[in-house]
Ligand binder design. Structure first.
Ligand SMILES: [Zn+2]
Length: 81
């Protein structure tokens, strides 16, 4: 049994409020989205900014280290048969 998801604000710990709920059809399945935000608008602004900064950093790191670099293409081009 699952009750309404608890989603406290990462900054102030207040229960975030649901702003918007919608679902999107992707192929054969329906994805459900819930947009929540901190009841404190100023706090939410800071959280948003921090998230953007973190995402930027994450992307920078991803560019430095491509995850598929280990795959050897020469190995793939020689089937053993
Ligand atoms: Zn907050």
């Amino acid at each position: 049994m699952q009750k309404e998801e608890s989603n406290p604000c990462v900054r102030c710990g207040q229960e975030r409020i649901t702003v918007k709920k919608w679902s999107e059809k992707v192929g054969t399945s329906v994805l459900k989205y819930t947009l929540t935000q901190c009841p404190d608008a100023k706090c939410q602004e800071i959280v948003d900014r921090n998230n953007a900064l973190r995402e930027e950093k994450r992307l920078m790191h991803a560019h430095k280290r491509p995850p598929f670099k280990r795959v050897s293409l020469t190995h793939l081009s020689k089937p053993k048969n």
